[in-house]
Design a protein. Structure first.
Ligand code: PEP
Ligand code: MN
Length: 342
C-alpha cells in the first residue's frame, strides 16, 4: 500500500500517519519526491480500510498495490486452476458447454432436452430445482423431485449436473444429486452462504451479482476459497446498466479481466446476459472469442410453454448451430469443443 501526502503536508501530519500505521503493526518506508512525501506500507494490508487513512489530515491519496483477494489472485497462484470432475476438465484448453432448461419442469421435458444437448456436445446439464424468481407467484421449481430428475437425465446421457442452491440449509440435500453447485446472481454477496460453501466438497459456479464490480465478485470467490474449497468457477451473466434493449448487459470484458486477476476458470452465460433468444448466439460466440473457459446456455424444446425464461432459451436446432459455430471459433484461438455424438 502506498500513501501520498499533500504537497505541503506538515511534519506532524506525516508523523501522525506513520504513528497510526506503526500501532497497527506495519513497517513504513518513507521517501521524499520532488513535491510529495510518499509512505510505503509493508505487511499484509488487506484488513486496512483505506478510508481510515484517506481521512487523515495531510493525506492526498492511498493506493493498494496487491489485490485484497489473496487465494483467488494470480499473485498467489500463477497457474490456471483446472477443475476435474469425472472425465470433464474445466479451465483447460477445452471450452466446456453447459446447457439445459432454466428450470426442471418434468421428467419428459428434461429427458428431451438432455438427449439433444448431450448429442450436440454439451458436457454438463443445467436446470434449476430451486428457482430464485423475482415474483413469489412465479414457478419456484420442483425441489427434490427436480433434483432426482436432473440426476437421472444426466446419468442417462453421461453428463454432469449443475443446479442452483439458494441457501445454506439446502446444501446437504443438493450435494447428494449435483456435481457442481450454482450460486445465483442474487446470492453472490450472501456471505454466510459463501462461507458455508467453503466447506463443501463440490465445485461452486459463482454467478456475478447484477450490480457487482469485478472486485466484489472476486472477493465473494475469496470467501469460498478461504473456507477451504478451491474449486470455484466464475460466471459472467450480465449486469444491470441503463440499457433497456437487453435484459442485462453481458460484460464480455470481464472475461479477460478476471483471467488476468485470477487463476480461476471463467464462464459466460449469454442467456441471462441478454434475456433474448436472438441475442444469445452472437454473444456466446463473442464470449468464446474473448477466451471464456466455457458457456452456459438455456435450451428448451418448447420455449413458448416454458415455466421460466422461455424467451431467452434457444430452440434445439439453434443450439446445434451455436455448437457448430463455437467449434470454429474455439479452433481459431487454439481451443477445442467436444464433437457431436452420433
Ligand atoms: C439461472 O441460471 O437460471 C439463474 C437464475 O441465473 P442468475 O442467478 O444468473 O439470474
Ligand atoms: Mn433462467
Amino acid at each position: 500500500m502506498v500513501i501520498i501526502m499533500e504537497k505541503n503536508a506538515e511534519k506532524t501530519q506525516i508523523g501522525r500517519v506513520i504513528e497510526k500505521l506503526d500501532t497497527m503493526g506495519f513497517k513504513i518506508h518513507k521517501s521524499k519526491g520532488v513535491d510529495h512525501t510518499i509512505l510505503g506500507v509493508i505487511g499484509n494490508t488487506s484488513k486496512i480500510d483505506i478510508r481510515d487513512l484517506q481521512i487523515l489530515p495531510g493525506v492526498t491519496d492511498v493506493y493498494r498495490i496487491s489485490a485484497p483477494y489473496k487465494l483467488v489472485s494470480r499473485e498467489f497462484q500463477h497457474k490456471d486452476t483446472i477443475i476435474k470432475i469425472k472425465d470433464v476438465e474445466i479451465g483447460g484448453d477445452e471450452v466446456i458447454v453447459i446447457a439445459g432448461p432454466c428450470a426442471i419442469e418434468s421428467k419428459e421435458q428434461t429427458m428431451i432436452i438432455a438427449e439433444h444437448v448431450s448429442k450436440a456436445g454439451a458436457k454438463i446439464l443445467r436446470g434449476g430445482a430451486f428457482k430464485p424468481r423475482t415474483s413469489p407467484y412465479s414457478f419456484q421449481g420442483l425441489g427434490e423431485e427436480g433434483l432426482k430428475i436432473i440426476r437421472e437425465a444426466a446419468d442417462k446421457y453421461s453428463m454432469l449436473v449443475i443446479t442452483e442452491v439458494m441457501d445454506k440449509e439446502q446444501i446437504p440435500l443438493v450435494e447428494e444429486y449435483t456435481d457442481i453447485i450454482q450460486v445465483g446472481a442474487r446470492n453472490m454477496q450472501n456471505f454466510t452462504f459463501l462461507s458455508a460453501l467453503g466447506g463443501s466438497g463440490k465445485p461452486v459456479f459463482l454467478k456475478r451479482g447484477i450490480s457487482a464490480t469485478i472486485k466484489e465478485w472476486l472477493m465473494s470467490a475469496e470467501y469460498i476459497l478461504s473456507g477451504g474449497n478451491r474449486d470455484v468457477i466464475m460466471c459472467e451473466r450480465g449486469i444491470r446498466t441503463f440499457e433497456t434493449y437487453t435484459r442485462n448487459t453481458l460484460d464480455i470484458s470481464a472475461i479477460p479481466v478476471v483471467q488476468k486477476q485470477s487463476h480461476l476458470p471463467v464462464f459466460a452465460d449469454p442467456s441471462h446476459g441478454t434475456g433474448l433468444r436472438n441475442k444469445v448466439i452472437p454473444m456466446a460466440r463473442a464470449a468464446i472469442a474473448a477466451g471464456a473457459d466455457g458457456i452456459m446456455i438455456e435450451v428448451h424444446h418448447d420455449p413458448d410453454n416454458a415455466l421460466s425464461d422461455g424467451a431467452q432459451s434457444l430452440l434445439p436446432d439453434q443450439f446445434d448451430s451455436l455448437m457448430d459455430q463455437s467449434r470454429i471459433i474455439a479452433n481459431v484461438i487454439g481451443k477445442k469443443i467436444a464433437n457431436r455424438k452420433e
